[in-house]
Design a binder for this molecule. Structure first.
Ligand SMILES: Cc1cc2nc3c(=O)[nH]c(=O)nc-3n(C[C@H](O)[C@H](O)[C@H](O)COP(=O)(O)OP(=O)(O)OC[C@H]3O[C@@H](n4cnc5c(N)ncnc54)[C@H](O)[C@@H]3O)c2cc1C
Length: 376
């Protein structure tokens, strides 16, 4: 067993840290905005890191998409900017259905542009009445002659309004299918989303009699759920990477503060309960990091088989990040509460991670189901 990252991962990590350093000066502004920040997009394009989201055959960096590399990049980016983390992550989450099930023509048309971040993808699953229960979607595909007609409304879709295409999950007869819808297709409109505690490029998308060729399908009719699962198998663990990066950044802020601020004649970091919170937090960050790297490593070899471990890592790391950043705010006293300070931004940004890409409660159910299945 080897706990050290191989050279190619260290190289990717170094590139991600380099990108994080370059965008630091615009992070506060970008993270406060619901609109795409042009400086962030330009920096991502220049970094070539979105090439990790596409196989080499279509302009990507590695032969296959590598969950460990993505995990490491998200860890580095999230520590600096949630806007950049999301922009990077969506290049993969939003396009993976094309990689996994697109035709040669669809892959050749979209994936090289995704790799260069010349086009931004979006994955449209959620609806006003369908969140964790994806099978409750009402958006529907009907066949009309040799055409497909799409009707419905999606909500809380990352990249809505700036995406070049939407990968849309919809009902078709008694099952579910996925279609690729270019954003400029007639009948597609973007609607505003409520503003979140931590701003995010987000919107609703309406499909009003959107007419598509049969070749707009991704995968076979009825293969929608399988394709969503395939996407989660690769990308769910990367949320754990981002959560670890966030928690590490929060902890470093707390250490810098408590090392220098004195109360009762001693640095805060040496007062028992404060030291205990710092010690517990570092331990929990390291535990989550190990779990995330291991699950990502397993997902690299066999994504579907590793999904329980990926779910565990996402559950553990996102819950850990919330706990750690809450303690960090606590030990920083009133400075932990200053709006748009680094620690306060991290505090707000941690919260959504326990909800998207599988809420903690739903993940616990999945993990428990797997445990009951495998124990002899
Ligand atoms: C920042 C952000 C970005 C997002 N981006 C996208 C995107 O790009 N594309 C997209 O499709 N969606 C996106 N979403 C939506 C996200 O996927 C949903 O919020 C998520 O699936 C949870 O659904 P919900 O919010 O409707 O909560 P609900 O499903 O209504 O759940 C509410 C609560 O009930 C609990 N619960 C639900 N079912 C069960 C159960 N069976 N057992 C126990 N507890 C349960 C949940 O854990 C949660 O605590 C985004 C959301 C956010 C916050």
């Amino acid at each position: 067993m080897n706990f050290d990252l191989e050279t190619r991962y260290l190289e990717i990590q170094r590139e991600a840290l380099d990108l994080a350093r370059k965008i630091e000066h615009i992070a506060v502004a970008a993270d406060a905005s619901n609109d795409l920040h042009p400086g962030m997009l330009a920096a991502l394009q220049k970094s070539r890191l979105s090439g990790l989201m596409v196989p080499a055959e279509y302009g990507g960096r590695f032969e296959n998409i590598d969950p460990l590399a993505i995990c490491l990049v998200r860890e580095a980016l999230m520590a600096t900017s949630s806007h950049m983390d999301s922009l990077f992550a969506l290049q993969g989450i939003g396009s993976y259905a094309i990689t996994a099930a697109g035709s040669d023509k669809q892959r050749a048309e979209w994936l090289p542009r995704v790799a260069r971040a010349d086009v931004l993808p979006a994955l449209a699953l959620t609806e006003p009445e369908a969140g964790s229960d994806l099978k409750a979607v009402k958006t529907e595909i009907r066949t009309k002659g040799d055409r497909l007609v799409l009707n419905g409304a999606k909500a809380f879709i990352s990249n809505a309004g700036v995406a070049g295409f939407y990968v849309v999950f919809a009902k078709e007869d008694a099952s579910f299918s996925i279609v690729l819808v270019p954003a400029d297709t007639q009948g597609v409109t973007v609607t505003p989303s409520p503003e979140l505690i931590a701003p995010h490029v987000l919107g609703g998308v309406k499909f009003d009699n959107v007419t598509l060729p049969d070749s707009a399908r991704l995968g076979a009719p009825g293969g929608g759920l399988k394709l969503v699962l395939a996407t989660l198998s690769i990308f769910r663990v990367s949320v754990a990477g981002a959560a670890v990066g966030l928690a590490q950044a929060a902890l470093e802020e707390a250490v810098r503060h408590t090392r220098t601020r004195e109360q009762f004649g001693r640095p805060l970091a040496k007062l028992g309960p404060v030291a205990q919170m710092l010690g517990d937090s570092w331990t929990e960050v390291e535990m989550a990091r190990l779990l995330a790297y291991r699950a990502a490593s397993m997902a690299r070899r066999d994504p579907a088989a590793a999904l329980p471990q990926s779910s565990m890592a996402k559950l553990a790391a996102s819950e850990m990040a919330s706990r750690v950043v809450d303690r960090c705010v606590q030990v920083m006293g009133r400075w932990g509460l200053v709006h748009n300070s680094k620690i306060e931004r991290l505090y707000r940004q941690a919260r959504a991670m326990r909800i998207y890409e599988g809420s903690s409660e739903v993940l616990r159910l999945e993990v428990a189901r797997e445990l009951v299945r495998i124990v002899p």
